[in-house]
Design a protein. Sequence first.
Length: 122
Amino acid sequence: MPNQPSTKRIERGAVVLVPFPNSDLQTAKLRPTIIVQADNLNTNLPQAILVMISSNLSRAGHKSRVLLKTKTEQGKKSGLLFDSVVMTDNPATILTKNITRIIGKLEEMTEIDDALRHTLGL
């Protein structure tokens, strides 16, 4: 049974495991993601905006993606087991009750914010 963090405040930068939907919206894969919504969004909806993390390093090298290495200080805090690519071009909104587990927290989001701006054309 998944942990039910929906009653907890899930903060921006939290690295969480969720059943991330595939683009067909019929299937999902349990994978790490990062919460990217503002902490003070307060929509009164039990959901979170997050972006996918992939361990497929061949996906790195695009302005909408950030390489996160586990040996760095940031990487150690992430809770990730492998060097990974944060894919801001693959966001999703999920119910917070579907967050299986919080595995880490990124304190520094500057690179991810820059990638989000590129993805969204801001």
